[in-house]
Write a protein that binds this ligand. Structure first.
Ligand code: FAD
Ligand code: NAD
Ligand code: FES
Length: 282
């Protein structure tokens, strides 16, 4: 395939309101992607770079699931089959550490469910007992549930009780802990969800890998945009470390993430993002 044909949208489908699945032709990315990795996409020449998790790959194509939340994700979700994306870089980030752990709980909230699919599959293939907990605001926003049939157990939680447990993934997680404490946890979704699940993991002293949805600019570890503070208590003293989500992550043990500063950084451009979106929608 020549350069000009790369990054063509092979198929697009709507999974829920404002959430779309795309298969994109790029044999280099499809051939090298590992669970936990992501791409940075620029939809048009003047567009911003947005990080999106690689949800699957097959042959020369890779799959992404995108929720339209602002200008760039809306622009991407407006693209159709046969159209070409301006530029896609990846696979980026360190792959998930897939090992045999025993019982693993894999938690996905909202569009974060797409990110946990390849991780849960790989953990199952590595011989783990995989319990998947899926969370959505309401049943119609719950995506990809049927694709988790390989898991040993799938627990659904909806905020409004329209399907499964009425409550957030935290309620599902606590119920699962009552049955048996896991050896390892993955949790991907909104930052507040990853913070809440990490707090429980901390209380029970179970490692929890979260995939941080930091705001990224270059994706190369140079700009500092995606930095995160990790804080670990060791032998009575506190060790602090700055890491870059794009190159050191995106996965970190959520027990050591300084969630308050991470969430503050996510919100720092809210006014500008709102302005850009309003202008775009005019
Ligand atoms: P903006 O105008 O930038 O923001 C709109 C709203 O979204 C604001 O409220 C803002 O606070 C919030 N926001 C902005 N950037 C982010 C961000 N990075 N994460 C969370 N909230 C944000 N999204 C998907 O839909 N599917 C994925 O598979 C996916 N994978 C990701 C993997 C990684 C490693 C990272 C870092 C992020 C991922 N995201 C994913 C989030 C996605 O990158 C953001 O939603 C996107 O950058 C927002 O851009 P925007 O211009 O549309 O919205
Ligand atoms: P959402 O707001 O619809 O929430 C989904 C579920 O998360 C809820 O139903 C609930 O179960 C849980 N949740 C939300 N807030 C919670 C809280 N305070 N406490 C406990 N549980 C809570 O989700 P969305 O709008 O689809 O957003 C998904 C997020 O996932 C986005 O912020 C996106 O950036 C992130 N994401 C990250 C990656 C990654 O790899 N880092 C990949 C995909 C998506
Ligand atoms: Fe620039 Fe990570 S996005 S350092």
């Amino acid at each position: 395939m020549n350069e000009i044909q790369r990054n063509i949208i092979i198929s697009k489908s709507r999974l829920a309101k404002g959430t779309y699945e795309f298969w994109i032709d790029n044999e280099l990315i499809a051939g090298n992607a590992k669970p936990g990795q992501f791409v940075i996409i620029r939809t048009s020449e003047k567009g911003e770079r947005i990080p999106i998790t690689i949800a699957d790959s097959y042959g020369s194509a890779f799959r992404i699931v995108v929720k339209a939340v602002g200008k760039s994700t809306i622009e991407l979700c407006m693209k159709n089959e046969k159209e070409q994306l301006f530029d896609v870089v990846g696979p980026l980030g360190k792959p998930s550490e897939i090992n045999y752990y025993g019982k693993v709980i894999v938690i996905g909230g909202g569009v974060g469910i797409a990110a946990i699919l390849p991780i849960a599959k790989a953990l199952k293939n590595a011989g783990n007992v995989v319990v998947v907990i899926l969370g959505a605001k309401t049943s119609s926003e719950l995506i990809l549930k049927n694709e988790f049939a390989f898991a040993d157990k799938v627990v659904v939680c909806t905020d409004d009780g329209s399907e499964g447990i009425k409550g957030t993934v935290v309620d599902g997680m606590l119920k699962e802990f009552e049955i048996e404490k896991p050896n390892m946890i993955w949790s991907v979704g909104p930052a507040v969800m990853m913070k809440a699940t990490s707090k429980i993991a901390s209380e029970y002293n179970v490692p929890i890998l979260v995939s941080l949805n930091a705001i990224m600019v270059d994706g190369t570890g140079m700009c500092g945009g995606c930095r995160v503070l990790l804080r670990k208590e060791e032998e009575g003293s506190v060790k602090e470390e700055i890491k870059y989500v794009c190159v050191d992550g995106p996965e970190f043990d959520g027990r050591y993430v300084d969630w308050d500063s991470f969430i503050r950084r996510l919100q720092q451009y809210r006014e500008e993002e709102k302005e850009v979106l309003e202008k775009f929608l005019e």
